[in-house]
Ligand binder design. Sequence first.
Ligand SMILES: O=P(O)(O)OC[C@@H](O)[C@@H](O)c1c[nH]c2ccccc12
Length: 254
Amino acid sequence: MLETILAVKQQEIEKLFLPEEQSFNHYSLYNSLKKAPHAAGLIAEVKKASPSKGIIREDFNPVQIAYDYDKAGVQAISVLTDQHFFQGHRDYLTAIKKVVDVPVLRKDFIIDSIQVAESAYIGADAILLIGEAMEAKKLHELYCQAYELGMEALVEVHSEDTLNHILNEFTPKILGINNRNLHTFETTLSQTEQMAKRAPKECILVSESGIFTYEDLQKAAAYGAEGVLVGESLMRQKDIKAAVRKLLEGVNVG
Ligand SMILES: O=P(O)(O)OC[C@@H](O)[C@@H](O)c1c[nH]c2ccccc12
């Protein structure tokens, strides 16, 4: 799947044009996660669909969802900007950026420096860089570019092998452990449990995917995650604010 996605991205990159330059306030994902008042900071995702699940939310108003996330007290908002596989759009990110006061993470398949530049233009505070999508050296280059442009990067890994390759090259400040198996699409929190043992102490750890309940969040935190990235479970609930409260506080409201 990742190969298919990257092949499509490569074609998109060839046609990519940068939007007009605008100025944005910037917020730090790192600081926001560090200041989280719960067991782990919540990065809540705006995601309409995915290749493995199809349409996740029919009634999809990205700006309203992000606004509700912000009001419910999340630490950051992740926005899918990939159109082809996730039905996202870069314009969603820009529109969201204008109405929230928390850092906005651009979720896409970034493999080229033009996409990093594009991310800054559209107003991203941070970008996702996927360890399995490129060589560690290339990833480090894009990582440095992001920081030079005033953004941060969440470096995501699935396997221990990839983590080792990256750590041979550099130590990312924010490290995401994706609980989703790239081949089977299954998620398991034991991925976070295992990989957390291999992560350097100076990284802030984010446990990604397959987190549905308050108990899952507590578990991820107990394994060492200072942040969790949650999409589907929030997106499937009608009342976004109540969904966030349930996840963070474990209470069944509404
Ligand atoms: O919907 P979930 O299982 O809560 O997962 C969110 C997020 O981790 C997932 O969307 C994701 C993780 N890494 C990605 C890379 C690209 C696109 C999407 C993703």
